[in-house]
Ligand binder design. Structure first.
Ligand SMILES: [Zn+2]
Length: 110
């Protein structure tokens, strides 16, 4: 496994240790109406995309997954997501679900 800088929780900024059992939220699915939390995976945790959503290894790229340290921070992530999808906003229209392939299995997004 390659060396990477330690990850930080996106909600409380705690640094991830080797043995912590962290979680990750699928940010791309999060732009739709789906809240998706998956178990930590070192490889996926480091995945990034460009502003156009294309995969990149550029350290300036946006992470595909939020890094979440605990149940408490996962609750914050869920609250943020619920507040976001409750408000009518661009890109959150009620449309039929579309099946997309995402790491860790299929997810439903709009
Ligand atoms: Zn945290």
């Amino acid at each position: 496994m390659r060396e990477t800088a330690p990850f930080k929780c996106d909600y409380c900024l705690e640094r991830k240790g080797q043995t912590n059992h962290w979680w990750m939220r699928d940010v791309l699915a999060g732009t739709a109406r789906v809240f998706r939390l998956i178990q930590w995976d070192d490889e996926l945790a480091d995945k990034r995309v460009t502003a156009d959503g294309l995969p990149t290894t550029d350290p300036d790229g946006r992470y595909v997954f939020e890094h979440i340290c605990s149940e408490s921070c996962a609750s914050k992530a869920l609250s943020k997501h619920m507040a976001k999808v409750s408000q009518p906003a661009k890109g959150l229209r009620a449309e039929p679900f579309e099946r997309v392939e995402t790491p860790g299995g299929p997810a439903l997004v709009t």
